[in-house]
Design a binder for this molecule. Sequence first.
Ligand SMILES: Nc1ncnc2c1ncn2[C@@H]1O[C@H](COP(=O)(O)OP(=O)(O)OP(=O)(O)O)[C@@H](O)[C@H]1O
Ligand SMILES: [Mg+2]
Length: 346
Amino acid sequence: MVLRKIQIKNNIDMALLKEEGNYTHVVAIDFGTGASGYGIAPKVLDPSQKPKIEVFNPCDESDDQKTPTAILFDNAFKFIAFGSQALTKYAEILDDGGSALLFQTYKMHLLHMDKNAMSADGRELALMTVISQTLKFIAQKAMDKLTEQVGKVVPTKIRWLLTVPALWSEEHKQFMRKAAIEAGIIDALDSQQLLLCLEPEGASIQCREDSEESLRSQLVKPKVVMVLDCGGGTVDITVHRLLCGLSERFLCEELLPSSGGCEWGSKFVDQYFEKFLQELFGAELYATYSKNAMARLDILKHFEMLKRKFCPGVEERTRLQLSYLGEDLTSQKLGELLAEYNKKHP
Ligand SMILES: Nc1ncnc2c1ncn2[C@@H]1O[C@H](COP(=O)(O)OP(=O)(O)OP(=O)(O)O)[C@@H](O)[C@H]1O
Ligand SMILES: [Mg+2]
């Protein structure tokens, strides 16, 4: 697979790159701050061939988008669900008056090397448990899918690939390798079966693969490209010099150390959206909204859809569905709230 040729400044991975493993498939897990998914590609036998990569949503067979990175444990810290299923289940539990531990955006905890992740209701659980259970769930889904596709799968013949932000240190990468061991993906820290892929390098490959011929022909040595990888939690900025010709596999060198920020991701857009709702609704209705877990989930899902459709510079009316709040927000009340809001923000 192309990713094998990337120069990675990680001693373990550098050593691995020299080894051409005896694997049949590459399974890549994209563990993101906001959303996660996986991809499967059979090993490319002929180097002139393009890898055939299929991407999957671990929670929804009919969707090829990633699923929200959210994981749910019961009050005895037992895993309940992951992804969109975790969000729905959690909302149901809350609406039934129960409690559970829902974790989101925990990838950002790793950036600070926090020992624990914090649940939505303020309880703590070891970050290693939360992340390894995440990997375990996605890896199991990938194994199920691969088994469905090819019949019997020999686990030792899978090369696993895990995405990591370029900003992460060796310590962060070691943490992910340990989490992969706990998840049952590999059995040793230096296992040749797992490669870590720097996210902007993965993005760079993808852009090159997907670009039109006129652009692709420019993405050749010795061009320098800057990759801005705008994720949910972090924005990674990387500057590469391409070392590959037009028909060669991707190869680059990093010209500058990766930089970026962990306060720039689009999760903050979501947070500002809820701040906006808080002001629009006022304290009483916002408290109702916060308590109505299912309605809140549906409204946030709808906002996510609108956000993805947003096109800067195009004047377009957008309708945000708030009717999930039912009788707590009648159209008359909404009209009054909007008039009040618009008066404050002419
Ligand atoms: N077309 C789009 N327009 C605007 N925002 C988008 C679009 N597609 C995705 N996003 C936003 O980008 C964010 C997620 O991006 P992505 O899935 O790349 O990040 P991630 O992998 O979860 O995070 P990270 O890579 O930082 O760990 C989400 O908040 C999503 O709403
Ligand atoms: Mg990502």
